[in-house]
Design a protein around this ligand. Structure first.
Ligand code: MN
Length: 243
């Protein structure tokens, strides 16, 4: 199995090395990732400037650093490596649940794979740089990869999130709740006003969702689709607001 690994934290993130090490248990691994952090860049691509890459040293792995977004990396990786079976993205330093899915570069890399018809799996955890190491997560990440890589799940795209100390695994749906997109003014060293855009969920967690699973210390696995169409509204408005 050919496993292409990317992320949005940059090629030198400890999360990508941990993921690559685990992935070698399932197949041949190659890392193609952004040379700088691209968190919250979503599925941006770089169609109006050239991309290039250089080799990087990430342990024993064949690795390349790209001057582009996570989606650019996946496109280059799939272009250069024939018959990629799966793209793994992560392990992100920070969860990607609920509305974060709209902003996440980690998830976008997996989505980019699915757009090419290749299985895509995004993996995220609370920041390990702040909270310790990956030792507690690895056995659960192994179970996730075993399920998603060897047991033919129905969906092509999955979003996986780990609590710091997992107790089990759970299939979930994305929690889409209203959030507070707070803009907070601050001052830069030159006295000029700058702004932070911080988006926090403001509604309670709903059972069965990704946020709920994490609150129970369960690993959340959400199957996703690329079609954003609201089928219920389409059916209703086709009838009620017919042209
Ligand atoms: Mn990130």
């Amino acid at each position: 199995m050919r496993i292409l690994i990317s992320n949005d934290d940059g090629v030198f993130s400890p999360g990508i090395a941990a993921l690559a090490k685990l992935a070698t248990e399932f197949g041949e691994v190659r890392i193609v990732a952004p040379d700088f952090e691209q968190s919250s860049m979503g599925q941006a691509i770089s169609p109006s400037r050239p991309l290039s890459y250089r080799r990087a040293r990430i342990g024993p792995f064949e690795a390349f650093r790209v001057n582009g977004t996570p989606s650019d990396c996946v496109a280059l990786g799939i272009h250069h490596w024939a018959k990629v079976d799966v793209v793994l993205s992560g392990i992100n330093q920070g969860l990607n649940v609920g509305n974060s899915c709209w902003h996440s570069g980690t998830l976008a890399a997996a989505k980019q794979a699915a757009l090419f018809g290749v299985r895509g799996i995004a993996l995220s955890a609370p920041s390990i740089e702040e909270h310790g190491d990956y030792d507690l997560l690895v056995p659960f990440a192994r179970r996730v990869l075993d399920t998603l890589l060897t047991k033919q799940p129905s969906a092509l795209l999955h979003n996986v999130n780990f609590p710091l100390s997992p107790k089990g695994l759970m299939w979930t749906k994305q929690s889409v709740r209203h959030y507070e997109g707070k803009v907070i003014p601050d001052e830069d060293p030159y006295g000029r006003t700058v702004y932070w855009f911080a988006a926090m969920p403001i509604e309670a967690v709903e059972p069965g969702t990704d946020r709920w699973a994490l609150a129970q210390d369960l690993v959340s696995i959400t199957p996703l689709r690329l079609d954003l169409t609201d089928q219920q509204c389409l059916a209703e408005d086709t009838r009620r607001l017919a042209f």
